[in-house]
Design a protein around this ligand. Structure first.
Ligand code: PMP
Ligand code: GLU
Length: 389
């Protein structure tokens, strides 16, 4: 028997992923034959568009099955850079692109830039993996609680109050998981100015950039003086229903791509080879399927929002992007207990608001990346179960 301390301090400080834990439980219950309507996992229920799958099959058949350059195949880096210039108004070239799964980008950036004692500003609630990566690097997350009344947006003034001498980085995520909230241009500009004034790096997670219903997506790296201090991460998972393909990217100054690529070469080496030509097809091929999915998401958002706001004691903002609703509830029960109760009583899976930070308590997250029929039946079951509390 191994008798020394088994796990690193680092690991013991990393919380479990609340989103993945619920999703795993749903799969387990389904295998046991229990039907659960799941609003838990944040992944599109659509199939990956066929033109993308066919491009992958072609690349497999042609024997494109070995290592690629660790930064990604040149055609894909170029396609990502072109789309980033066009869609995000970020002035960049292929040399500013590292092809890597989005989550891997986040993890490597945390390891490459954060030391123990460093502080990272995190608007709260925020997606679960930010805090985990900050902690894995030995750094500290400083939460800035945002309010339902402000549509969960952090202002520059709110951020300013959280800055200390140790503040090294800010993490932004617009459109947001879990709230669906989108940061307006002027708010982002105020935050950008503050980051320049206080010399703070920014990790901008823009994975939901194309799933937007109202307003515009603005990349903070597009403001003057911001490119040098911003790591923009995004990917194919959500936009093209490609979660299982594990393909995304980071856009940053060349010196930062080289630094993070060191970690890439020692961890995954490179992304899967035969999926990369398919990613080029996703970015450069017809965009009709993506547009259809967004139209469908918008319909579902409106449907789910009306049904939720019809429940006594539940209130939900109208989010402008992503595919999440983040309603608050009045019932006197913690969000974790609520998730357990709804799973048992209503056979419905939601994610507790608390998983996304202390400011998420009293809320739950509902992913509407599921059919209209599930939305109608699932929210009806939630309504019935809540009326018994
Ligand atoms: N950022 C956010 C905000 C997400 O919701 C997700 C969802 N998985 C990711 C990053 C990671 O994306 P991927 O699974 O493509 O690595
Ligand atoms: N991002 C999705 C979610 O929040 C998938 C799970 C995860 O990666 O956390 O549900």
């Amino acid at each position: 028997m191994f008798s020394k301390k088994r796990f690193s301090e680092r690991l013991m400080d990393v919380p479990e992923s609340g989103t993945v834990a619920i999703a795993n439980l749903v799969s387990q219950l389904k295998q046991e034959g229990i039907e659960i309507i799941s609003f838990s996992m944040g992944e599109p229920d659509f199939d990956t568009p066929d033109n993308i799958k066919q491009a992958c099959i072609r690349s497999l058949s042609s024997g494109f099955t070995h290592y690629t350059p660790s930064t990604g195949i040149p055609e894909l880096r170029k396609a990502i850079a072109e789309r980033t210039v066009q869609d995000n108004k970020i002035n960049c070239t292929a040399k500013n692109v590292l092809v890597t799964p989005t989550k891997q980008a986040l993890f490597m950036i945390a390891l490459a830039y954060l030391d123990p004692g460093d502080e990272v500003i995190l608007p709260d609630p925020a997606w679960v993996s930010y805090e985990a990566c900050i902690r894995a690097a030995g750094a500290k997350a400083v939460h800035v609680p945002t309010r339902f009344e402000d549509n969960f947006r952090m202002s520059a003034d709110m951020m300013a109050a959280a800055i200390t001498k140790r503040t090294k980085m800010l993490i932004l995520n617009s459109p947001s998981n879990p709230t669906g909230s989108v940061m307006p241009r002027e708010t982002l500009k105020g935050i950008a100015d503050l980051c320049i004034e206080k010399d703070i790096l920014v990790l901008s997670d823009e994975i939901y950039e194309h799933i937007i219903y109202e307003g515009e997506h603005v990349s903070i790296a597009s403001f003057d003086g911001m490119f040098d201090r911003t790591f923009t991460i995004s990917g194919l998972s959500k936009t093209y229903a490609m979660t299982g393909w594990r393909l995304g990217w980071m856009v940053a100054p060349e010196k930062d791509i080289a630094a993070v690529n060191k970690l890439q070469t020692h961890s995954i080496t490179c992304c899967t080879s035969f999926t990369q030509p398919a990613a080029v097809e996703a970015l450069k091929g017809p965009q009709t399927e993506r547009m259809k999915m967004i139209k469908e998401f918008r319909k579902r958002r409106d449907l789910a929002l009306d049904l939720l706001n019809d429940i006594k004691g539940v209130e939900c903002n109208r989010p402008e992007g992503a595919f999440y609703l983040f309603p608050k509830y009045e019932h006197k029960i913690t969000s974790e207990d609520l998730a357990t109760y709804l799973m048992k009583e209503a056979h419905v899976a939601i994610t507790p608001g608390r998983s996304f930070g202390p400011a998420g308590e009293g809320f739950f997250r509902l992913s509407y990346a599921t059919s209209e029929d599930n939305i109608i039946r699932g929210i009806e079951s939630i309504k019935k179960a809540l009326s018994k509390l």
